[in-house]
Design a protein. Structure first.
Length: 187
């Protein structure tokens, strides 16, 4: 279990930029603190052989700090858009890096795009769906060295219970993706 050792002001951030917005709304001058951050992709991955969702579990330090929890989040496979290539290519690379499956780009189905963390950043996330099977497994996944990602399989039969079990810390994107699956994919 992790813990926060200290908190310091961010001087030269690599992935975000804190800003103060000055704007006019309804003829009134206003201000707001915000963060410029990268857009992202996320992928709802369905394992055909296991009849299970493939998700990741990883430490998210802001959750550890904010909610006094262990910070381990259950999430969709995801990654930031930080290079000049298609969103589908970034999604493919994230699946391989985090989950270990080599999914053809043309197999990715776009579900929708939406905005996340709108109170502070308003970054756009694009959600994809793909299927995989054991023949597509190239490695164990786990992400980059500093990520420490665990690949988790949530069986279809247990997914609805998992969605509302608050003992599992999870993101709203994961829950929305599961809802999309139950409403659109017939097994």
């Amino acid at each position: 279990m992790g813990k926060i050792d200290s908190i310091a002001e961010l001087k030269n951030p690599k992935f975000i930029k804190p800003i103060k917005l000055n704007y006019t709304h309804n003829n009134q001058k206003r201000e707001w603190e915000a963060v410029i951050s990268h857009d992202s992709v996320s992928i709802l991955l369905w394992h055909v052989d296991k009849e299970a969702f493939v998700i990741v579990k990883q430490l998210r330090a802001p959750v550890l700090n904010t909610n006094k929890t262990n910070g381990m989040m259950h999430e969709l496979c995801a990654g930031i858009v930080d290079k000049d290539t298609s969103l589908e290519q970034i999604a493919k690379e994230e699946i391989l890096e985090e989950c270990g499956y080599d999914i053809p780009v043309e197999s990715l189905q776009k579900i929708s795009s939406f905005y996340t963390s709108v109170g502070i950043s308003g970054a756009k996330q694009t959600l994809y769906y793909a299927t995989c099977n054991e023949s597509m497994k190239i490695n164990d996944g786990g992400g980059l060295e500093e990520e420490d990602i665990e690949v988790i399989y949530i069986p279809h039969a247990k997914a609805k219970k998992f969605m509302f079990d608050e003992s599992y810390q999870k993101t709203p994107g994961l829950m929305m993706a599961f809802y999309w699956f139950f409403d659109n994919i017939k097994l």
